[in-house]
Design a protein around this ligand. Structure first.
Ligand code: HEM
Length: 412
């Protein structure tokens, strides 16, 4: 029998996220028996695991009490210190709070509004077609994650930033090293110094982009960032870098994981694939269900810097941090009927996979558009599909989804 203590350790164990059944069994136990649970594991600074949907929202809603600084993402204790030091120089939207957060967010917020994004409809549909055509060219068999899903959102986001296609493979490699840092297959190296080398390589790349866009501004998002101001001064090179980094990285591994994890779910629930084929209008709710199901961003953290906080009778002392488990909240039986069933018609779908409140995902509409464009292209052309091997999921503490999804299919 799994104990509450054991269940709490899934959040510090990268292999747990690669094992859906084990992970969700642990979260279900925590939601039932210890929804506000203090986790103490060697090698990690202690934190409180928040596993209920209502509690994630309660904390995120109060962004004046619960701060992203200084520990926005759970990692081993050594990386907490690194995060703290790095966040003091390279600030990203995720690592900062008011008063600068809303000002920094406003720099690009208009770009991500549905009205502005609608001008990208044709470009995204064209890219979706390119990748479904690629599936056809691959001759009826591929590893869907690396061959298709990982590339398509990267093309979308880097096209928006305005970066040249020749650079896409480099950015893909660096992002995967950064986000896949807990997976032995993806690591650049085992030491924190080696992981830091990835950041430095990113920095050199975006430094050149900033210099170029400051000298020759264009209409792209990279120019908006390079030429933005904060408190009347141009963004520091470090703030500009933090901005590129968050957009370039947050914009694709997440979306590709939901597209690939969504396809895996359609294979596990073939009746849902059949429903989609019969009624293409279900693609819209299906995309949100895929995002709920996969919850590619597993967690963010908040730190209680203002005073003791009581949640469900537990006192979280001032100075301690909470882990908001989006992956668990999105299976909360109190919010989702049949939470463990993949239902392409689920409406409403109040998932918190994009977070909530002041830091709500800037790219949520873009991610939905990308998913819709892809499945609107794929579903009508798909004659048959089946697994051609065992899928494998990324070992991670933060962002993840399928690493391998071997499929066999007929496509027109
Ligand atoms: C399915 C895909 C995606 C998921 C599940 C996802 C999830 C999230 C989550 C959970 C947060 C933190 C929210 C919070 O703290 O309340 C976030 C923030 C963010 N996301 Fe996404 N995201 C996705 C796609 C994208 C895309 C395509 C972009 C494009 C640029 C993007 C850009 C951002 C940015 C810039 C932030 C920081 C916002 C802030 O702190 O103010 N994301 N995302």
């Amino acid at each position: 029998m799994l104990t509450v203590e054991e269940a709490g350790r899934v959040f510090t164990d990268p292999t747990a996220y690669a094992d859906d059944e084990r992970f969700h069994a642990a979260c279900a136990l925590l939601r039932r028996e210890a929804p506000v649970h203090r986790v103490e594991v060697e090698g990690f600074n202690p934190f409180w695991a928040i596993t209920k949907h209502a509690d994630v929202m309660e904390i995120e809603r109060q962004h004046d009490l619960w701060l992203n600084e200084p520990r926005p993402i759970l990692g081993p204790a050594v990386s907490d210190e690194q995060q703290r030091q790095m966040n003091m120089t390279i600030r990203t939207l995720i690592s900062i709070d008011a008063p600068d957060h809303p000002l920094m967010r406003a720099i690009t917020a208009d770009w991500f509004l549905p009205k502005s994004l609608s001008r990208l409809d044709d470009r995204i549909a064209e890219l979706a077609k390119r990748y479904v055509d690629l599936m056809a060219d691959l001759g009826g068999e591929c590893d869907f994650m690396p061959d298709v899903a990982a590339k398509y959102p990267l093309y979308v986001i880097l096209s928006i930033l305005g970066l040249p296609e020749d650079d896409f493979p480099l950015i893909m490699k660096l992002t995967q090293e950064l986000f896949g840092a807990s997976d032995p297959d993806m690591q650049r190296g085992a030491t924190p110094e080696e992981a830091f080398a990835t950041i430095q390589e990113f920095f050199q790349y975006f430094l050149a982009v900033t210099e170029d866009r400051r000298a020759n501004p264009t209409e792209d998002l990279a120019s908006v960032i390079a030429n933005a101001t904060l408190h009347g001064e141009p963004l520091t090179i470090f703030d500009a870098f933090g901005y590129y980094l968050i957009i370039a990285t947050a914009g694709h591994d997440t979306t590709s994981s939901s597209i690939a994890g969504g396809l895996h779910a359609l294979l596990q629930f073939p009746d849902q694939l059949e429903r989609l084929r019969k009624d293409p209008s279900l693609v819209t709710p299906a995309i949100d269900e895929m995002i709920r199901w996969v919850s590619p961003v597993k967690q963010f953290m908040r730190t209680n810097l203002t005073g003791d906080y009581v949640l469900r009778g537990q006192t979280i002392p001032k100075g301690e941090a909470v882990l908001l488990s989006y992956a668990s909240a999105n299976r909360d039986e109190e919010v989702f009927g049949d939470a463990g069933t993949f239902d392409v018609g689920r409406t409403p779908n109040k998932h918190v996979a994009f977070g909530f409140g002041a830091h709500y995902c800037l790219g949520a509409q873009l991610a939905r558009m990308e998913g819709r464009a892809f499945y609107n292209e794929l579903i009508p052309r798909l004659e048959s599909i089946e697994l051609a091997g065992d899928p494998a999921y990324i070992q991670t503490l933060f962002v993840g989804g399928p690493k391998h999804l071997p499929i066999r299919y007929k496509i027109s």
